[in-house]
Ligand binder design. Structure first.
Ligand SMILES: [Zn+2]
Length: 455
């Protein structure tokens, strides 16, 4: 069973606990109001309804972006993803976990009896005055069933490049690049590092009010709606490609063409021609660990147009998400001259760096004799030492010297060397700036720059 959080009521003896339950308003995606009401009434009468509400409230109260439920024969493992890291909660027993899942599937208008096929739906809900969208996915796996709930505020919280953590000078550079004509610009990040968010915020930072923006998207990608960007959809599952909409779209003389994916050589070739001959701008994205890698990946993927791509690509943005230090409990320390030298920070520039205060896990909160000791836990971050996330960015601005280097020797190390000679700061260097300002810790920077271990 999940422990109930915030059990503050003094009168614990009161028989009914309905008033103690978190108040969540669900808006099941069901058109018929009467059916909707029936579903809500049925759910409320289930013995596992309190556990369902408690799980969701606990996740949102702890700022979890995802909840993972793993059903095995004996129990249900429960994990929350907070600031990008998974935290385990006490497991639920099967009767409780099964009931929670039935309630969630009913609310999502899915089939509770089907524990095998992949089922997916979006459930809007309101909690503490904030509207949320809960993206529900369940899927049978060899050990049982796996359920992933993604929680997202309905109204995006991050709306500007500054919100994402981008420094002012880079914001201006990026805007200048995006607002130029006759070029291609590339957004990139490794999986799970916030590329869709930066893609949205980056596009919103461009001059959509002056120029005519059109995006060409696979209908199954479910990209967000952006003001002043006209969407043109194709259906990849029906074998369609962007070519389906491009011919008629190009007749409209768009200024900027936005592609979450360029899909194939035919599309890429057509777009290279549009940039060179018509002066249009193309903006696209792909997953990569660095700006240089992203550029080389683009060239490798569309070999037949790689020469054109080198010519027209003006810049690549790459990013990594890191946790922000909790400002309530971060601990200052004076870095040694050796440490500053290692970080490449000039002497005298930074007097103080910060490290997180991380509370030991409950089982370790004991003295030498094994007696429990009281440890003060930070009320803001809950003893995690971090609160919220930001991105660090590297922006590769491509000039003719870098173009020549790519054509001569397209190995990542040699392209990077020429880029650095031209003022390019890597993620590592940008990250050290973030450490120097106290936004994050050295440990966290190290963590996110270490390549993930292959499972
Ligand atoms: Zn704290």
């Amino acid at each position: 069973m999940l422990r109930r959080k915030n059990k503050k009521t003094g009168s614990g003896a009161s028989g009914s606990d309905v008033s103690e339950l978190p108040k969540i308003d669900f808006k099941p995606p069901i058109a018929d109001k009467q059916v909707e009401q029936g579903v809500l009434i049925a759910c409320r009468s289930m013995p596992q309804w309190p556990a369902t509400l408690t799980l969701l409230a606990q996740a949102i109260d702890n700022r979890a972006e995802q909840i993972l439920l793993d059903y095995s024969k004996q129990a249900v493992a429960v994990r929350l993803r907070i600031d990008g890291l998974w935290e385990a909660l006490p497991p639920m027993d099967r009767p409780t976990g099964d009931g929670v899942l039935v309630a969630l599937k009913k609310l999502c208008d899915l089939n509770p009896a089907d524990r095998r096929s992949k089922q997916q739906a979006v459930l809007p809900l309101k909690y503490k005055g904030v509207d949320w969208l809960m993206d529900f996915t369940s899927q049978g796996v060899p050990t049982g069933e796996r359920v992933l709930l993604r929680l997202e505020p309905k109204k995006p919280v991050l709306t500007t490049l500054a919100d994402l953590g981008m420094r002012k000078k880079m914001q201006d550079q990026l805007r200048d690049l995006l607002n130029a004509s006759e070029h291609l610009f590339l957004f990139s990040a490794p999986p799970g590092h916030g590329l869709p968010t930066t893609w949205r915020v980056g596009l919103e930072a461009a001059d959509r009010f002056v120029r005519d923006f059109h995006s060409v998207e696979d209908v199954h990608l479910r990209e967000p709606e952006l003001i002043n960007i006209t969407k043109h959809l194709y259906d990849s599952q029906a074998g369609e490609t962007p070519m389906k909409v491009l011919k008629s779209l190009l007749l409209k003389q768009p200024d900027v063409l936005v592609f979450p994916d360029l899909v194939n050589e035919e599309v890429c070739q057509l777009m290279c021609g549009e940039v060179k001959e018509e002066g249009r701008t193309v903006i696209t994205r792909l997953q990569a660990a660095s700006a240089v890698e992203a550029l080389l990946k683009l060239l490798a993927r569309f070999k037949s147009c790689s020469k054109d791509l080198v010519k027209i690509t003006s810049g690549v943005l790459n990013q990594r998400l890191l946790r922000r230090l909790c400002v309530e409990c971060r601990k200052p320390f004076q870095p040694s001259p050796q440490l500053l030298q290692k970080l490449g920070i000039p002497p005298g520039r930074v007097q103080t760096l910060y490290q997180p205060t991380i509370a030991p896990p409950p089982e370790k909160r004991v003295d030498a004799n094994g007696r429990p000791i009281e440890i003060e836990i930070c009320g803001k971050c809950g003893g995690r030492g971090y609160y919220g996330r930001a991105a660090i960015f590297e922006l590769l601005v491509i000039n003719d010297e870098i173009r020549k280097a790519i054509l001569n020797d397209p190995r990542p190390a040699s392209v990077l060397a020429v880029a650095r000679k031209n003022g390019f700061l890597t993620l590592q260097e940008e990250g050290i700036l973030a450490v120097a300002t106290g936004m994050t810790s050295l440990q966290e920077l190290q963590r996110i720059l270490t390549p993930p271990k292959k499972a």
